[in-house]
Design a protein around this ligand. Structure first.
Ligand code: NDP
Length: 477
């Protein structure tokens, strides 16, 4: 079997490899992917550092052409790359193709954005002096990504890093290297100069750690768990380096008595269970007022009965497998914790067998949960959702905000008054009204508050805040 190698200083290298296994069919090896070392990582950082002076001064048209070519090729290959994604991560084929299209759109967006780079000139408060405010690229950017969006998250970090003139060392999650390899290959063939984009696949404890320990990495953009995020923060402070963290969530969706029942049920089913609940923006707490509670639970349970859990590549599958055995154990452990805490298992909870061996879990709904239970406070990152009954809107809002996280927060209501009040008072980076808490646009800011995020927002024009450093120049006329 071919080994998909690391790209360091424009060369494909590496002979040790790790198997990429399909979670829908553990007999299938999706591919063999290089297992990089700390030495490889150091070489990649040195290559990115050497490439920086020239790339940071490159013309915006050169950058535009490369970003555009990448976006166009990803779109042209959306079915093939979507299938690769579904096979390595386990989201359903339509979801995986949707994510691939989004990656393409992100490259197209930054291909446009690079042509709009601008600064400001403003008068000084002193006579005969002009002031210019410009943005410089940071230097070598370390990109560390999680397994749950194998193509979209790499795209939303690589595209702006290149757009603003940075060079890159990129380490994808060990579980899902295939889509990352594919987009690096696309960018390499699109004409990126040697060393501008380096790919080092391998273990977080080896490759990731070597990035954290390097004084030559000027910025790290990280998406992943809170625990690893804290390591990135501590190491970055040590090196006085800029860093950006996107971490977990425990996103609430409030359902008020006046909600449209169908809208509320569709939004809850989508954001709680689709993509196997493995989205940082998934609704894992449904906070429901008394008047609609029983009707809502009955309708949501009826909806869950219709959802098909099966191989991600099978037509008709609504929910693919959990990503791996470790995550499946985490999910089933939390299901046991929920039962012991006294929540009522209203639906699901069983590990399933299908034609192909994989990590299949029923969508699982707990009712009679409280907001203090561990299943309501800790991120599970699987298709496990709790329903919390509350008296009224005021209690619902207080419960929604009573969490260490603050990524996305939703409300289902037909009341303009409550929707407006909720948008103002939800302690989250993103607020959704009558929509799933998951599912966002590619051209607007993405990110959260409290324990969910640290540093500037990602995506859209707000990405410039992380990938550049502002410079103020004064000139005597
Ligand atoms: P992890 O934190 O385990 O891994 C994230 C990345 O960090 C991986 O590439 C991992 O490598 C790497 N890593 C692990 N150890 C180190 C280390 N010592 N130094 C540097 N890098 C390291 O998260 P998961 O991949 O399990 O992703 C799931 C988590 O991501 C969930 O908590 C989820 O909420 C969060 N997430 C947040 C999003 C957001 O935008 N807020 C979006 C998507 C996910 P390796 O794979 O080799 O372990």
């Amino acid at each position: 079997m071919t080994i998909y190698q690391n790209l360091i200083a424009g060369e494909w290298i590496g002979s040790d490899a790790t198997k990429n296994i399909n979670p829908s069919d553990t007999n299938e090896v999706v591919g063999l992917y290089a297992d990089g070392s700390a030495e490889d990582t150091k070489n990649a950082i040195a290559a990115a550092k050497a490439a920086f002076p020239s790339w940071s001064r490159s013309g915006i048209w050169e950058r535009h052409v490369i970003l555009k070519k990448a976006g166009d090729e990803i779109m042209a290959r959306k079915d093939e790359l979507g299938a690769l994604l579904a096979r390595e991560e386990g989201k359903t084929l339509p979801e995986a193709i949707g994510e691939t299209i989004r990656a393409s759109q992100i490259f197209e967006f930054f291909a446009g954005e690079v042509l709009r780079l601008a600064g400001e000139t403003i008068p000084s408060v002193r006579p005969n002096i002009g002031v210019e405010i410009t943005r410089d690229p940071l230097g070598v950017i370390g990109i560390i990504t999680p397994w749950n969006f194998p193509i979209a998250i790499p795209a939303w970090k690589i595209a702006p890093a290149l757009c603003y003139g940075n060079t890159i060392v990129f380490k994808p999650a060990e579980l899902v290297p295939a889509c990352s390899w594919a987009i690096v290959d696309i960018l390499h063939r699109a004409g990126l100069p040697k060393g501008v984009l380096n790919l080092v696949m391998g273990k977080g404890s080896v490759v990731g750690q070597a990035m954290l320990d390097s004084p030559d990495v000027a910025g790290i953009t990280f998406t992943g768990s809170t625990g690893t995020g804290k390591r990135v923060a501590a190491a970055s402070l040590e090196h006085n380096r800029k860093f950006q963290l996107e971490m977990g969530g425990k996103n609430p969706m409030v359902v008020l008595d006046d909600a449209d029942l169908n809208v509320a049920v569709e939004a809850a089913a989508n954001s709680g269970f689709f993509s196997t609940g493995q989205r940082c923006t998934a609704s894992s707490r449904l906070i429901v007022t008394e008047g609609i509670h029983d009707k809502f639970v009955a309708a949501l349970t009826a909806k869950l009965e219709t959802l098909i859990v099966d191989n991600a590549m099978k037509s008709g599958t609504h929910i693919g497998p959990v990503v791996d055995e470790k995550q499946l154990k985490t999910d089933t452990d939390y299901i046991e914790i929920g039962k012991k805490e006294g929540a009522k298992l209203a639906f699901g909870g069983e590990v399933l067998k299908r034609d192909t061996p994989g990590f299949y879990l029923q969508p699982t709904l707990f009712t009679e949960a409280t907001n203090q239970m561990r299943i309501s406070r800790e991120e599970i990152f699987g298709p496990v959702v709790s329903v919390i009954r509350v008296k009224d809107y005021e209690e619902a809002l207080a419960t929604a905000n009573d969490t260490p996280f603050g990524l996305s927060s939703g409300i289902a209501t037909t009341s303009l008054k409550h929707a407006t009040h909720f948008k103002r008072n939800a302690e989250a980076g993103m607020v959704m009204v009558n929509l799933p808490t998951a599912g966002v646009d590619f051209h607007v800011p993405f990110g959260g508050r409290k324990g969910s995020s640290y540093g500037p927002r990602e995506q859209g024009k707000y990405a410039a805040e992380f990938y550049t450093s502002v410079k103020t120049s004064y000139t005597l006329a």
